[in-house]
Design a protein around this ligand. Structure first.
Ligand SMILES: *Cc1c(COP(=O)(O)O)cnc(C)c1O
Length: 384
């Protein structure tokens, strides 16, 4: 059916109507008092969301652009960095770092498993002359639905004392607790089309005082992504280059919605959606790809047996206008992923699970009892 698409992929995520209407308006000039007021409000609320009093800068890029900015502003060619790799996005960090000539040492875990914090601890403790300049990880690994134990890994980084903690929080910001100041995270990157509830086009980078110190001596080339320029402009409620003004208007709207809901409630909602999704999937006899103790509140990956992941996705798309994500790289065809990040409610989970039940029955799965998935999810959802 036309115009009925329900996005349940881990970005772009659904956008509330109020924010869509901001996008439909005439753009205003970005060097105006009116836009300065918008920038002032948005900057303030971004700091609230990031739980920091330091800078949160906005760039006209996708999430990867924010990641790249997070590397080139604080490091120099040949710097030794530890990169956590247990999925597509951890690997991407390593690719960016290698592209800029950093000396990359990977700390790996199998795709579908979380990174082991003590693996970082061992390497950091052995680094007596403090050669490691940064530890770089992905908090919520979108490709597998695993959340890494950022708090524990960061404790090892703090014990080391020298290295910066650089984090991809693209699918954890606005879904899970990422208290930047309380934990002392140095560089945190994210993107607008995930927990921010607006379309793609804006990247965010939070920068600590310690990272700004590193910025002073960092020697990688930078121009458009030079965060110093954005910081200077932000002090005057402005941007160094033309920003996507309508997108920032929409962001003002969604940040106000998030403030009205409250951080604790936002995190609790994502936990509830995750628990309901996982219970429903399990009740349909479908194996979950990420373990219970490291499940991302933003995305649930399912590794079906007896039915083809791509056939399930095909039926959901064709019959129900529900878009699920497939697997990436070697997981293509092996898993499908249900996004429950951002502007997602209990109703969306029930709709997706009931469509999944129909698909399972259509595909002749003997594992699924119709109604079992929704019943299991409903039990979680009625617990509040
Ligand atoms: C979406 C995503 C990104 C950014 O991808 P872009 O396509 O560049 O926006 C980075 N990391 C994670 C974990 C993501 O989910």
């Amino acid at each position: 059916m036309g115009d009925k698409l329900m996005l349940m992929i881990p970005g772009p995520t659904p956008v509330p109507e109020k924010a869509l209407l901001d996008l439909a308006k005439h753009p205003i000039g970005h060097r105006t008092k009116e836009f300065e007021a918008v920038m002032a409000e948005v900057t303030q609320n971004l700091k609230w969301l990031h739980q920091t009093t330091s800078d949160v800068l906005m760039l006209t890029v996708s999430g990867t652009g924010a990641m790249e900015a997070g590397i080139i502003n604080f490091l120099s060619p040949g710097d030794r960095v530890l990169v956590g790799c247990n999925g597509k996005f951890g690997d991407r960090w390593a690719e960016v770092a290698i592209a800029y000539g950093l000396n990359v040492e990977k700390v790996t875990a199998e795709w579908g498993k979380p990174l082991e914090p003590s693996d970082f601890g061992a390497v950091l403790e052995a680094d007596k002359d403090k050669q490691i300049k940064a530890v770089i990880i992905t908090h919520s690994e979108t490709s597998t639905g695993v959340i890494n134990d950022l708090e524990a890994i960061n404790r090892h980084v703090k014990a080391h004392g020298e290295a910066l903690m650089i984090v991809d929080a693209v699918t954890s910001m606005g879904a899970a607790n990422v208290p930047i100041d309380a934990w002392g995270l140095d560089v945190v990157a994210s993107g607008s089309q995930k927990g921010f509830m607006i379309p793609p086009g804006l990247g965010f980078v939070a920068v600590s005082a310690k990272a700004w110190e590193a910025y002073k001596t960092a020697k990688l080339p930078r121009f458009y992504l030079d965060l110093g320029k954005y910081r200077k402009a932000a002090a005057k409620n402005s941007t160094p280059f033309t920003p996507p003004v309508n997108l920032i208007m929409a962001l003002r709207t969604t940040l106000a919605m998030m403030q009205a809901e409250g951080l604790e409630n936002i995190f609790a909602r994502h936990q509830r959606l995750m628990n309901a999704t996982r219970a429903g999937v399990k009740a349909l006899g479908l194996p979950l790809f990420a373990p219970d103790n490291a499940a991302s509140p933003a995305i649930t990956a399912v590794a079906p047996v007896g039915v083809e992941a791509e056939q399930i996705r095909g039926i959901l798309k064709k019959r129900f206008d529900i878009a699920l994500a497939g697997g990436q790289d070697h997981l293509k065809g092996k898993i499908f992923r249900i996004g429950h990040l951002g502007f997602v409610s209990d109703r969306d989970i029930l709709a997706a699970l009931s469509a999944l039940e129909v698909a399972m029955v259509e595909l002749g799965s003997e594992l699924a009892t119709p109604g079992a998935g929704v019943a299991a999810a409903a039990q979680i959802l009625t617990q509040g």
